[in-house]
Design a protein around this ligand. Structure first.
Ligand code: 13P
Length: 255
């Protein structure tokens, strides 16, 4: 089945940018979308401190806002955490979960990814669920097994309708922040495998779900990566911190 999926490009700013810098950056983004406005779905994930100001600065523009993480409880004594409802109120439409940096440094597991994904959906936010293998796992030939486990456990218990609201981000950990990008063939192979799993889990909805590639996406490789049949956009780290680079990547998603 060949379904036209709108390409989706999200900038994950990680722990970068003050409030003032964040607002200045998104104003440049909103002003520079040009032909991509309305044709490519675009979002940014600022640090939590800047989310509200960024959402206000982007009101009326085509650029959407995402959280970088979320906690699964609605409220309570969970020092340092934020709920999906709080993200929504601050202006988010999306929430990233399962990023490899959360898995590596902050104890994120497939089980917490699953709880966070469900919490985002319940609050009306669209989850971006990150998966991806470590270098040692790729070298041991375990890439597809790792991604299979992360997708199945991350999405466990969801209905097909809920799955339809989710974006998967395939981010091979060895490509993140390293300047080493997966080849288009490597990306397409894993993306196609992910879509097959999504089809097993949710049926036809899999054809409408976006699978982003992440890991050293730059203006000069974005177009080729996103031209692959199962690469439906990008989750961009470093290159999303500069408006001209991020805008060039977004425009690389245009036909
Ligand atoms: P880089 O684009 O800096 O490699 O980061 C990718 C990433 O982790 C996006 O979530």
């Amino acid at each position: 089945v060949n379904v036209a999926r709108t390409k989706f490009v999200c900038g994950n700013w990680k722990m970068h940018k003050t409030v003032a810098e964040s607002v200045a950056l998104v104003k440049e983004l909103a002003a520079g979308l040009g032909a991509a406005a309305g044709k490519v779905q675009v979002a940014v994930a600022p640090p939590f401190t800047a989310i509200h100001a960024v959402a206000q600065a982007l009101a009326g523009s085509a650029v959407e806002v995402s959280g970088q993480d979320v906690f699964w409880e609605v409220q309570g004594a969970f020092t340092g955490e934020l709920s999906a409802g709080m993200l929504a109120e601050a202006g988010c439409k999306h929430g990233i979960v399962g990023h490899s940096e959360r898995r590596q440094f902050f104890g994120e597991t497939d089980e917490t990814v699953n709880k966070k994904t469900a919490a985002l959906l319940k609050a009306g936010l669209a989850p971006i669920v990150c998966v991806g293998e470590l270098l040692a796992e790729r070298e041991a030939g375990k890439t597809l097994a790792v991604v299979d486990r992360q997708v199945r456990q991350g999405l466990a218990g969801l209905t097909a309708e809920q799955m339809g609201k989710i974006t998967i981000a395939y981010e091979p950990v060895w490509a993140i922040g390293t300047g080493k990008t997966a080849t288009t063939a490597q990306a397409q192979e894993v993306h196609a495998a992910i879509r097959k799993i999504l089809r097993e889990l949710g049926g036809a909805v899999a054809d409408a779900m976006r699978i982003q590639y992440g890991g050293s996406v730059k203006p000069d490789n974005a177009r080729e990566l996103m031209s692959q049949p199962d690469v439906d956009g990008a989750l961009v780290g470093g290159a999303s911190l500069k408006a001209p680079d991020f805008l060039a990547i977004v425009k690389g998603a245009l036909p």
